[in-house]
Design a protein around this ligand. Sequence first.
Ligand SMILES: [Zn+2]
Ligand SMILES: [Zn+2]
Length: 143
Amino acid sequence: MTDLTQAPPSQSRTARCECGALEITVTAAPRHVHACTCTKCQRSSGSALSWSAWFPQDGVTIKGAFVTYYFAQPEDPRQMAGFCPTCGGGKFFRTGDYLSDCIGISAGSFADPAFLAPDHIHWWPDRPQWMGPAVGPHLFDGN
Ligand SMILES: [Zn+2]
Ligand SMILES: [Zn+2]
């Protein structure tokens, strides 16, 4: 059970899928924000890049139905993604040993133009060729 009084209201944010059936509320600031242009992220997002924020799991509340996709074999609950079974949005995920005490959330689900910029972009050489030079974040050739 999350005690909302522990975090200032400014730290409370809600991510939502497009149809609104899946809602994820966070009460703390993200621990990390990055973007990734690897081809795996292109497939999972259906877009040019993923933009992800990791929040301490204690302050994450998930409301609504979701389906689970295990992206590692054998199935591992620490390496999974959940998303709305109706519209496919509202993606959240766990990334194994990477920020293991956090839940990742696709940052676009917050629909907040003021949401934090990525600290860096992974797999920049794999980006779609139409993407020009990035301004701002550091660019990595891999993870
Ligand atoms: Zn939905
Ligand atoms: Zn990626």
